[in-house]
Design a protein around this ligand. Structure first.
Ligand code: UGA
Length: 433
């Protein structure tokens, strides 16, 4: 059986490779010809562990191909997965312009029955809107079904998540179409929940919102722990043993970033506003996240007597380890704050690249960790790449001007660093120093 994946961004490429791995013939369609060319040559357009091997393997076996010929690709396939972006509009709502453009293309090109599956994260009732857009674009009526099948994979562990999902959610008005899509996943050994399209759309927003709520809860609690000389990380561990709470997404830090949580929370708040319903908890989740960087930077700033004129190394630019994605990365808020305080900023990241706008603002990226920390008054860790956990902090000691470590992810070994002479401060545990 063949599957068409429309949109070869992060979710699209991962989904395409997972279906190829499951034995389907997969075509990735993208309007961006350069992207199609790059992927056809076996090069990924983003960094994600594990995907390169699968791309090499399935391109060689002819199980995956990439094209920008929309009409032909749509006609050749019955199952079409929509994986195009739904960025935030100015008012926080999800911008559906790419979904609409694809809907029109499908309506104009299709010449027989199709099942169109929405994987992109979309507002409630998009399923109906997509159905209407496709029908309007058809020169004459041809039957089709639209199914919602939200994606729950995380960047940095996309392949593992997609091959071993906790659940598969399928929302369909037509049960046969829903069961057809369910059958694609039968070898994945994951529970499948068949529901309505609107419920499926809400499950996606509610899941991301709940995970962000756990993080903001831990982050706000960290502020109190800081005052009370309690280690918030230990509080999370203790709480996490309770199965009703669970240990995941309770790690306090400088805040969540990425292309999903910030965008999806804004979108759900926008949906609630449109319905004149207040999601006050979610408003606070957003608020805590927006103020977390500044809250802790101000505490750390006092510890080193102000950032002005100091040289500070940023360790980890990406919004989390194992990705080169900088979207809504807390590191960027940290850098903005530091430059506004006239600090000299040096940056290190194993993969992610400093945006040109920050380079022209005088921020410098160094390839080697020892060069990044050389002559620095402090290092601030923004994403917990293994290279920092496993760094030789004894040797690095000679490079620093002042031995200050601000651990924005609470993962470095405080005891060891303190023994080596560093002044260590984390999130929600710094008062003990
Ligand atoms: C998130 C969800 O976890 C996925 O299930 C979902 O499919 C995806 O959004 C999406 O909607 O596409 P992702 O944004 O890739 O995945 O990354 P996460 O691992 O969720 O991390 C998000 C942010 O939360 C990161 O900045 C991370 O550092 C932060 N975080 C995570 C914490 O601060 N504390 C934690 O305990 C966990």
């Amino acid at each position: 059986m063949s599957i068409l994946i429309i949109g070869t961004g992060y979710v699209g490429v991962t989904t395409a490779l997972v279906f190829a791995e499951l034995g389907f013939e997969v075509t990735g369609l993208d309007a961006d010809e350069r992207k199609v060319q790059t992927l056809s040559e076996g090069k990924l357009t983003f960094y994600e562990p594990g995907l390169q091997d699968l791309l090499d393997q399935h391109l060689a076996a002819g199980r995956i191909r990439f094209t920008s010929e929309a009409k032909q690709a749509i006609r050749q396939n019955t199952i079409l997965f929509l994986c195009v972006g739904t960025p935030s509009d100015e008012n926080g709502s999800a911008d559906l312009r790419y979904i609409r453009a694809v809907a029109e293309q499908i309506g104009q090109s299709m010449d027989d029955y199709k099942v169109i599956v929405i994987k992109s994260t979309v507002p409630i009732h998009t399923n109906e809107r997509l159905t209407a857009w496709i029908a309007e674009a058809q020169p004459h009526p041809i039957p089709f079904d639209v199914v919602s099948n939200p994606e729950f994979l995380r960047e940095g562990s996309a392949l593992q998540d997609a091959l071993h999902p906790d659940r598969i959610i399928i929302g369909s008005r037509n049960q046969a179409a829903g069961l057809h899509i369910q059958s694609l996943y039968e070898n994945l050994n994951a529970p499948c929940f068949l529901t309505t399209p609107t419920t499926a759309e809400m499950i996606k927003y509610a899941s991301n919102s709940f995970l962000a709520t756990k993080i903001s809860f831990a982050n706000e609690l960290a502020r109190l722990c800081e005052q009370l000389d309690i280690n918030v990380g230990d509080v999370s561990i203790g709480m996490g043993y309770d199965h009703r709470i669970g240990p995941h997404f309770l790690k306090a830090g400088i805040g969540y970033g990425g292309s999903c949580f910030p965008k999806d929370i804004k979108a759900l708040l926008h949906i609630a506003k449109e319905q004149h319903t207040r999601l006050s908890i979610l408003e606070q989740v957003h608020e805590v996240n927006e103020t977390q960087v500044e809250h802790f930077l101000q505490l750390w700033e006092r510890k080193i007597g102000g950032f002005a004129g100091k040289r500070i190394a940023i360790l980890g630019l990406s919004f989390k380890p194992n990705t080169d994605d900088l979207r809504e990365a807390p590191s960027l808020a940290v850098i903005r704050y530091l430059t506004s305080q006239r600090a000299q900023v040096r940056v290190h990241d194993p993969v992610a690249k400093l945006p040109a706008s920050l380079q022209s603002a005088g921020v410098r990226q160094l390839e080697h960790l020892e060069d990044a920390v050389a002559g620095c008054d402090a290092a601030i860790m923004c994403s917990e790449w293994d290279v920092y956990r496993n760094a030789d902090w004894e040797q690095l000691r000679d490079e620093f001007k002042q031995l200050n470590i601000f651990d924005g992810r609470n993962v470095l070994d405080r005891q060891r660093l303190t023994e080596l002479g560093y002044t260590y401060s984390g999130i929600g545990n710094a008062a003990r120093n």
